[in-house]
Design a protein around this ligand. Structure first.
Ligand SMILES: Nc1ncnc2c1ncn2[C@@H]1O[C@H](COP(=O)(O)OP(=O)(O)O)[C@@H](O)[C@H]1O
Ligand SMILES: Nc1ccn([C@@H]2O[C@H](COP(=O)(O)OP(=O)(O)O)[C@@H](O)[C@H]2O)c(=O)n1
Length: 210
């Protein structure tokens, strides 16, 4: 069974994807980490994010980088959203996502284009959303815990800019697949959002597969 989870920054898609993976006993891939790894490689001296050839060269990063906590910061998310607009970067990172999705047992993947491009035949697709303000509040709280001094307004501005870039790019823009279920987590606790996500997936896969 393949479950595709897409949505904008800090909508809760990672939290939901991890919970679904645990619930259905499936491996999980956070595909945003791949774009963040490209961003990290570029920021650490190997080229310009805006330059497609530089960004393509940065796609051959070492897998060990994916576990680096330095990928998690908001600045890396910002640069990731610049490199992710390059078609050559998207195609270079596609195979490892598709290979992961095609594992025998199935998989849960979260990102921006899982339901539309990476796994269009996924058994269940969720598009997770929340208002920009709610998402910025969540990201700001997360960043404060890890010692960041960035203001709430700055986080909100960054989130809006990232939404515009991710939804506005030509290649594989962030979009809800036609056959995806929309889940707005703005007024849901984490537990309630996860329970709702499980109910939506159960309804898609049918009682026989449970
Ligand atoms: N429904 C929710 N209510 C409150 N906080 C949430 C909810 N879902 C996620 N969070 C918190 O918001 C932050 C961003 O969630 P995350 O799952 O990492 O989002 P994404 O993967 O979409 O960027 C995390 O600190 C997470 O614990
Ligand atoms: N499948 C994906 C996943 C991420 N991305 C890009 O990578 C950036 C970082 O993604 P992420 O999922 O780690 O970011 P958050 O939503 O966790 O903040 C996004 O803003 C997108 O530009 C993408 O284009 N396609």
């Amino acid at each position: 069974m393949i479950i595709a989870v897409d949505g904008p920054a800090a909508s809760g898609k990672g939290t939901i994807a991890r919970a679904l993976a645990a619930h259905y006993n499936l491996p999980h891939m956070d595909t945003g980490l791949l774009y963040r790894a490209v961003a990290h490689t570029l920021v650490h001296g190997h080229g310009e994010a805006e330059n497609e050839q530089d960004a393509l060269a940065a796609c051959s990063f070492d897998d060990a980088l994916l576990a680096d906590p330095a990928l998690k910061g908001e600045e890396m998310g910002r640069v990731a959203s610049i490199v992710s607009a390059h078609p050559l970067v998207r195609s270079a990172l596609m195979k490892r996502q598709r290979d992961f999705a095609r594992r025998k047992r199935g998989a849960v993947l979260d990102g921006r284009d899982i339901g539309t491009v990476i796994a269009p035949n996924a058994d269940a697709k969720l598009f997770i959303t929340a208002t920009p303000r709610t998402r910025a509040l969540r990201r700001h709280a997360e960043m404060q815990k890890s010692g960041s001094q960035m203001s709430f307004d700055h986080v909100l501005t960054d989130i809006r800019a990232r939404d515009r870039r991710d939804a506005g790019r030509v290649t594989a823009p962030m979009a809800q697949a036609e056959d995806a279920d929309l889940l707005d987590t703005s007024f849901l606790s984490i537990d309630a959002a996860v329970q709702r996500a499980i109910a939506l997936v159960d309804a898609r896969i049918g009682a026989a597969d449970r």
